[in-house]
Design a protein around this ligand. Structure first.
Ligand SMILES: NC(=O)c1ccc[n+]([C@@H]2O[C@H](COP(=O)([O-])OP(=O)(O)OC[C@H]3O[C@@H](n4cnc5c(N)ncnc54)[C@H](O)[C@@H]3O)[C@@H](O)[C@H]2O)c1
Length: 361
C-alpha cells in the first residue's frame, strides 16, 4: 500500500482545510488531531475523515472562524457554546479550560453544546495527561447503535476516553467506542474493499452482516458486547452514560435527534461534548507510582500465546506510534490515496506525494 511521509500527510491536511475555508491556526490544530489518529494506527479517525470536515465547512454546517463562548461558569465547571466550530477549535478551548480549572481547584468539568465531530476522544484526554492530570472526554454522535432489544438505531458510538500519567513517562489510555467498533472502522474496510468481522453490525434483515458497505448503509451497529446473551446491554448502558454527560449537561441534541451519519451532512449536528481534567495530587500520594505498578503487573502476566504479549490499555497505540516514528511514513490504502488525489484536484491543493507504492494492492 502507498506510503506518505508524516510531514507530507500533515502538509496535505493543513492545506486542504485551508482550501476548504479554515484559518491556518485552526487548520493546523485540526490536522494535528487527524495526524495523531493516523500516527497511532486509528486510520478511521485520521485523513479518512478529512473530506467530511471540508464538506461540512463548505456547506456552512461547520464554521471554522468561531471562538467558543462560556455560557455559565464556576471554579470547577463551565458550560460552553461551541458555536458549530471545528472539532479541534472547540476541543482545544474546552480541554484547556478544564486543565486550567483542575490546576486551580483540583477538577475542571466542561460540557459543550453545538459541537461538530472531534475525532479521537483519547486525543483530548491525552492533553490533560500531558499536564500530569487525569483527562477524560466523551461525545455523543449520530444514531447508529441499536439499543438492546430495539429494532432501530437510537444511540451513538459515543466514545469514552480516560488518560492518566504514570512514572517514567508511562501512561494508561482507555479510548473506546461504546459500540463493538467505531463507524470509521467500517469506512476503512470499505476503502480496502474488505468485509467486517461478524458481530460488528446488523443488516436490514436484523441479522449480523460482514458486508462493510451494507453495514455502513444500514447504520445498525451492535453495542459493545454484542447481543443481550453476550451482555451487549453493557455497551448500551455505557453509551447512555455518555449521553448524560454530553447532551444531558450541555443542552445539545440527544443522539436520537441528531441527523444520520453521512459524508455530506445537510444540517449542523449540534453534538454534545464533555471534557474533564482532575489533579491526582488532591488524593492519596503516589498516584503515578501505583498506575505504573498496575501497568507493569498487567504487561508481565503470562500470555496464552507467547507471541502475543498481554497489553495495557494504550499500549497498542503507543507501539504503533513508535513504528510510525521509526518509519517516518504513514501507510494508507490505495483507494484512500486515489480518493484524496481526486479531492486535491477538486479543491485546488497540491496532490499527496507518495514515497512508496511498492506493495500496492
Ligand atoms: N468522535 C466520535 O464520534 C467517535 C465515536 C466512536 C469512536 N471514536 C474513536 O474511535 C477510536 C477507535 O475506537 P475503538 O473502540 O474502535 O478502539 P479499539 O477497539 O481499537 O481500542 C479500544 C481501547 O482498547 C485498548 N486495547 C486494544 N487492544 C487491547 C489489548 N489487547 N489489551 C488491552 N487494551 C487493548 C486500546 O488501547 C484502546 O484504549 C477511538 O479513538 C475513539 O475515541 C470517536
Amino acid at each position: 500500500m502507498p506510503e506518505v511521509s508524516v510531514k507530507e500527510a500533515e502538509r496535505f491536511m493543513v492545506e486542504s482545510l485551508v482550501a476548504g475555508g479554515a484559518p491556518l491556526s485552526e487548520a493546523k490544530a485540526h490536522a494535528d488531531l487527524l495526524l495523531h489518529a493516523d500516527f497511532v494506527g486509528h486510520f478511521s479517525h485520521g485523513m479518512n475523515r478529512l473530506e467530511v470536515y471540508i464538506n461540512n465547512i463548505k456547506s456552512g454546517i461547520c464554521n471554522p472562524n468561531v471562538k467558543p463562548v462560556v455560557l455559565k461558569e464556576t471554579a470547577a465547571t463551565a458550560w460552553v457554546d461551541g458555536c458549530d466550530g471545528l472539532g479541534a477549535t472547540v476541543g482545544n478551548f474546552c480541554m484547556n479550560l478544564a486543565i486550567k480549572k483542575a490546576k486551580e481547584c483540583g477538577i475542571g468539568w466542561v460540557a459543550a453544546k453545538r459541537c461538530n465531530h472531534y475525532g479521537m476522544a483519547g486525543y483530548w484526554a491525552l492533553k490533560a495527561e500531558k499536564e500530569g492530570l487525569i483527562g477524560m472526554s466523551f461525545t455523543n454522535s449520530s444514531p447508529v447503535m441499536v439499543p438492546t432489544r430495539a429494532k432501530q438505531s437510537a444511540n451513538g458510538t459515543n466514545p469514552i476516553a480516560m488518560a492518566a500519567p504514570a512514572t517514567g513517562g508511562d501512561s494508561i489510555v482507555v479510548d473506546m467506542a461504546s459500540t463493538t467498533a467505531a463507524v470509521g472502522k467500517i469506512e476503512v474496510q470499505i476503502r480496502k474493499g474488505e468485509p467486517i468481522p461478524e458481530g460488528w453490525a446488523l443488516g436490514p434483515d436484523g441479522k449480523t452482516t460482514t458486508d462493510s458497505q451494507l453495514a455502513f448503509d444500514t447504520a445498525r451497529l451492535l453495542p459493545l458486547g454484542g447481543f443481550e446473551e453476550t451482555s451487549g446491554y453493557k455497551g448500551y448502558c455505557l453509551s447512555a452514560m455518555v449521553e448524560v454527560f454530553c447532551s444531558g449537561l450541555s443542552g445539545s441534541q440527544s443522539t436520537h435527534n441528531i441527523p444520520s451519519w453521512s459524508h455530506n451532512q445537510s444540517e449542523a449536528p449540534n453534538l454534545g461534548q464533555c471534557f474533564v481534567a482532575m489533579d491526582p495530587g488532591c488524593f492519596a500520594p503516589g498516584f503515578e507510582q501505583r498506575v505504573a505498578e498496575c501497568l507493569q503487573h498487567w504487561r508481565n502476566l503470562e500470555p496464552v500465546d507467547p507471541s502475543l504479549p498481554v497489553l495495557a490499555p494504550g499500549d497498542k497505540e503507543r507501539n504503533n506510534a513508535k513504528t510510525t516514528n521509526e518509519r517516518g511514513t504513514i501507510i494508507y490504502p490505495q483507494s484512500q490515496v486515489e480518493f484524496y488525489q481526486r479531492l486535491a484536484a477538486r479543491i485546488g491543493v497540491r496532490p499527496l506525494e507518495v514515497v512508496n507504492t511498492q506493495c500496492s494492492k
